[in-house]
Design a protein around this ligand. Structure first.
Ligand code: GAR
Length: 203
């Protein structure tokens, strides 16, 4: 059997999407991939704890410690090469990567975004913001999107989407939780699993 696709996950916060990936790997839903590295760009990121609990190498890399975006990306590339990462998953990673970085990993970086792209996306739309914007606009359906990352924020090729109902009385927090439960935590592992299957088949 050929070696599994080596996955690196980049996260900034709580890491519930990372957890969904870890759980999917453990339960065998992701058959052809293994998470080998988690990089967090915030010291407080709970995602790093989740990685360590699962026995996955976790590294904190901050822009500040690296003297800016260039040094930050250089260090990430070192780690990605050290771990021979094939696929990079942005799971709540709130840093905009440079064009050079994105081009280096063309069609090898995927992101999960908490809306149905092209709605409520682009620079500044992260965390609660897409949900606040969805409620403000009064849409009845929102959801999540997994897409390849290119030079345009949230502009890369769409891989998968899942719709979620907006209900009367929703707050941004309630809607965020529903989108995570009903879309993100299902969609991201499924898309990563499918990509790993495709990448393995191409080997
Ligand atoms: C998730 O809702 C993810 O879709 C979003 O941040 C949250 C991270 O949660 N990402 C973005 O908004 C990117 N533009 P998590 O740390 O618990 O996975």
């Amino acid at each position: 059997m050929s070696e599994k696709i080596r996955i690196a996950v980049l996260a900034s916060g709580g890491g519930t999407n990372l957890q969904a990936l870890i759980d999917a790997e453990h339960s065998g839903k992701i058959k052809n991939g293994e998470i080998v590295l988690v990089i967090c760009n915030r010291k407080s990121a709970y995602a790093a704890e989740r990685a360590k609990s699962a026995g996955i190498r976790a590294e904190i890399v901050t822009r500040k410690a690296c003297g800016g975006q260039e040094g930050f990306e250089k260090r990430m590339i070192e780690l990605l090469e050290e771990e021979r990462a094939d696929l990079i998953v942005l799971a709540g990673f709130l840093n905009i990567l440079s064009n050079d970085f994105v081009r280096r990993y063309d069609h090898r970086i995927v992101n999960i975004h908490p809306s149905l792209i092209p709605a409520f996306c682009g620079e500044g739309f992260y965390g609660l913001v897409p949900h606040e914007a969805a409620l403000e606009r009064g849409v009845k359906v929102t959801g999540a999107t997994v897409h390849f990352v290119n030079e345009v924020a949230d502009g890369g090729e769409i891989i998968a989407q899942k719709a979620v109902e907006v209900l009367p009385g929703d707050t941004p927090e309630v809607l965020q939780r529903r989108v995570m439960e009903q879309a993100e935590w299902i969609l991201l592992p499924a898309a990563v699993s499918q990509l790993c299957d495709e990448m393995s088949a191409e080997r």
